[in-house]
Design a protein around this ligand. Structure first.
Ligand code: GLP
Length: 244
């Protein structure tokens, strides 16, 4: 595990955006694993900016998103589909046919999950996976559990996740209770993984995930085992780990 210490959210974002940009420059047809949430927003702004300046070309890029709320259509403003188009895809030259996000509208979970896994395998796997970290240590929507669930699956969201994500919805009742998510094996098979974490509110989970034993109760802790994993963490989120 490699740790890159950033000053703050902006510094973390530029450092992560640079790694993604390098990946695209080194391999024009890279397969990127992408994340949602507040953490990657500034990264996506940098990528759009560099695309507009002619420094980045997404025409051969393939993307797979980590997760999608079950039951939300693509048009729903709270869906991760909407988020990705709004915050990135509408502003770059990625080919829509190369964009993959689980279909929250597909009620046939078995079929949706198998198709998603197959689509990742068909393109030879993910070259670079971007991850955020939930306050409870979830990655994608792999919630704390007794096991590391391997492949893409339908998951019941933890109450703490519903609480954390209700800020994006009109009311708590509107937050979906289930989500599709890549599994732990799906994520761990990525050739490279970067995780971005910022802010005081994540300091406990950074310590538990990366300085304590690996456990499915803290899903992000499994990343300690990945052979090419980089944590990009700002001062506030790293504050409990400085002296370890
Ligand atoms: C969300 C997403 C995760 C994300 C995490 C942290 O629920 N499913 O992929 O990494 O929670 O979100 P944030 O960056 O807003 O703290």
């Amino acid at each position: 595990m490699k740790i890159i210490k950033a000053l703050d959210y902006n510094d973390m974002s530029i450092k992560a955006a640079n790694i993604i940009s390098e990946q695209i420059k080194i391999k024009a047809n890279s397969v990127l694993g992408l994340a949602t949430g507040s953490s990657p927003l500034q990264i996506y702004k940098h990528l759009i900016d560099w695309y507009k300046k002619g420094e980045l070309d997404f025409s051969q890029i393939t993307s797979f998103n980590l997760d999608e709320y079950y039951g939300l259509s693509k048009e729903n403003r709270q869906s991760y589909h909407y988020y990705m188009y709004d915050n990135l895809f509408n502003h770059i030259n990625i080919n829509n046919q190369n964009v993959h996000i689980p279909d929250g509208d597909n009620k046939n979970a078995e079929q949706e999950c198998l198709n998603y896994e197959k689509a990742i395998l068909d393109v030879g796997g993910i070259d670079l996976q971007l991850l955020g970290c939930g306050h409870n240590g979830h990655i994608g929507f792999n919630e704390p559990s007794d096991i590391f669930y391997p492949s893409t699956h339908l998951v019941k969201l933890a109450d703490s996740t519903i609480q954390a994500n209700k800020r994006f919805f009109e009311s708590e009742d509107e937050v979906p209770k289930y989500s599709y998510t890549m599994g732990i094996k799906t994520i761990m098979h990525a050739k490279k993984i970067i995780m971005i974490v910022s802010g005081e509110s994540k300091k406990e989970i950074v310590k538990r995930a990366f300085f304590e034993p690996i456990t499915p109760q803290v899903p992000a802790s499994v990343l300690q085992l990945h052979r090419n994993f980089t944590l990009i963490v700002d001062k506030a989120a790293f504050s409990l780990c400085e002296n370890i």
